[in-house]
Design a protein around this ligand. Structure first.
Ligand code: NI
Length: 192
């Protein structure tokens, strides 16, 4: 089932999401719905707060990026061919390496893209969909996407990293998004 994506301005996008346990009702269905919603919206990642659930789950598929990458960019990223994974109860353990810029967008903040600096490598503790624990290191675009989705669990958005002036320049657009004054070709939910 395709779920509506919560737009910028909704309180759930600013909450710190909580861990879940295996008894969480209809968890398999929620994960299936998150995949379906992410692909329908042409996203490479989606976090539970974006479908109005304040719980620590996100899905990431960076294989999509590498299957569409320009020939000149092949071999440029260390995480090729990407990952397709569900992350439950994720907690960031380590952040390493130099910060590098990448043009980010967010399904909750349509039509806005900005270059954002983030560190190269992360170590993440998480459970997979069978509740098996993992401690894993990620780099490249995959580390980038995971950090973006992880931020959603912490109530953070990519625009928070912008300099105050840049952020101020976006204020009108952000206010329009929160009021539903934006055209998107996927399902959204507006709070104002
Ligand atoms: Ni996002």
């Amino acid at each position: 089932m395709i779920l509506p994506i919560v737009a910028y301005g909704a309180p759930v996008l600013r909450k710190v999401a909580g861990d879940i346990n295996q008894d969480y009702p209809q968890l398999d269905k929620l994960i299936d719905d998150m995949w379906e919603t992410m692909y329908y919206s042409n996203g490479v990642g989606l976090a539970a707060p974006q479908v109005n659930k304040d719980i620590r789950i996100f899905v990431v598929d960076t294989e999509q990026i590498f299957s569409n990458i320009d020939e000149e960019d092949q071999g440029k990223y260390p995480d090729e061919p990407g990952v397709k994974k569900v992350f439950i109860n994720a907690h960031l353990k380590q952040v390493e390496g130099e910060e590098w810029p990448y043009n980010e967008g967010c399904l909750s903040i349509p039509k806005i893209r900005e270059d954002i600096m983030r560190p190269e490598t992360i170590v993440l503790e998480y459970l997979d969909e069978n509740f098996q624990p993992h401690t894993e290191s990620f780099n490249g675009i995959t580390a980038r996407v995971i950090q973006h989705e992880y931020d959603h669990l912490e109530g953070k958005l990519f625009i928070d990293y912008l300099k105050p002036l840049k952020r101020k320049m976006l204020q009108g657009k952000l206010s329009d998004i929160s009021k539903g004054k934006v055209k998107v070709d996927y399902k959204m939910m507006f709070s104002k």
